[in-house]
Write a protein of this length. Structure first.
Length: 347
């Protein structure tokens, strides 16, 4: 029987073996959601051999990894050299669908072009500004950033390839200067590479999973799958086709004992967010427990043998901080015993 959850633990490098460094882990995933900065650092760190959040932050500060809105209009961590081609491929659809919102905010073409030039002037020459400093520069030049205008301008200029978030958390840089050696792919190459990398790092996954993750139109999904399919393995579960790296079953065999164990994952981890259908790892009747109230804020999860069995949070402060875990039903004795150990080992 194909165990999709366990195979995904291996494919995503959660169960092992870990990647050599943060840049390798992010390149393997291609893009990792990063709305919560601390959680994103932890998600990447737990996929590395060192398990160090500090190492992930150092990779950001050094420019090996960047944060931006390359797909779905959502913040992600990506390898710096991948950002330009990812933005060029996946962001235009989001830019087009947010035209009405920019109009509501009074951000017409003239205003956006002026803000673009102001940002380039302020950042040119390797200057790094905090998000608030950039917004202040726009305000000083007569481009109001009240309400959501500032955020919308920043995100728009990121999705059009001008800006990204570099060192620290909210530090803004010019893409053309911060990423001096971007990879250059034509559209067909980009579609094929994105599909191949997704299924290698997230498989077993379906075409619908890839469509939702990449937020591409159906024709682009078909084109990418056609290019990537010869290098992927196919397995059918309950009449549904899943694609994955042919080496994933062997990878799982090499870390099977670990995969059967307990993991505490941050709230926006790709193990949960990387799929349209999470039913293979999250029982449908408990899916709402991960996103209480459907507010888009995903809770940290307790994973046992490839299945989400509950949620967790930090309890207490400082030296007395510990874990408070809530089961969907009840934790087995083995899981209950493993949770504090998993918490102590968190990046």
């Amino acid at each position: 029987m194909t165990d999709i959850g366990m195979l995904r633990l291996a494919a995503q490098r959660i169960a092992g073996p870990g990647m050599a460094g943060p840049g390798d882990a992010v390149r393997w995933l291609t893009a990792a959601q990063a709305q919560d900065h601390g959680g994103a650092l932890a998600s990447v760190a737990l996929r590395t051999t060192s398990g160090s959040r500090a190492a992930v932050q150092a990779a950001l500060d050094a420019g090996e990894i960047v944060k931006s809105w390359p797909m779905r209009g959502t913040l992600h961590l990506v390898a710096a050299e991948d950002l330009p081609w990812l933005v060029h491929l996946a962001a235009p659809r989001v830019v087009a669908t947010t035209t009405a919102r920019r109009a509501e905010l009074g951000l017409d073409t003239k205003t956006i072009e002026y803000a673009d030039q102001l940002a380039r002037d302020a950042l040119r020459g390797g200057i790094v500004l905090s998000r608030n400093e950039l917004l202040a520069a726009w305000d000083a030049a007569g481009v109001s950033t009240v309400g959501q205008r500032g955020y919308s301008l920043l995100r728009h200029l990121a999705m059009t390839g001008v800006l990204c978030l570099g060192p620290g958390d909210q530090q803004v840089v010019l893409v053309e200067e911060w990423i001096p050696q971007p990879r250059v792919l034509d559209r067909e190459e980009a579609l094929g590479e994105l599909a191949l990398r997704y299924f290698r790092s997230h498989g077993p996954a379906t075409g619908k999973d890839f469509t939702r993750w990449a937020h591409l139109v159906a024709a682009d999904v078909r084109a990418g799958l056609a290019i990537a399919r010869p290098d992927l393995a196919s397995v059918t579960v309950d009449g549904v086709e899943y694609l994955m790296d042919p080496r994933t079953p062997e990878a799982l065999a090499g870390c099977l004992r670990r995969a059967r164990g307990v993991f505490l994952l941050p709230g926006f981890d790709e193990f949960i967010l990387g799929y349209a259908d999470r039913g293979a790892v999250v029982p449908a009747e408990y899916a709402a427990r991960i996103v209480p109230g459907g507010n888009g804020v995903f809770q940290p999860t307790v994973v046992s043998a490839g299945r989400v069995v509950g949620t967790w949070k930090h309890a207490g402060r400082g030296a007395r901080q510990t874990v408070a875990a809530t089961p969907f039903e009840s934790f087995t004795d083995a899981v209950a015993t493993a949770i504090p150990r998993a918490y102590a080992a968190l990046p």
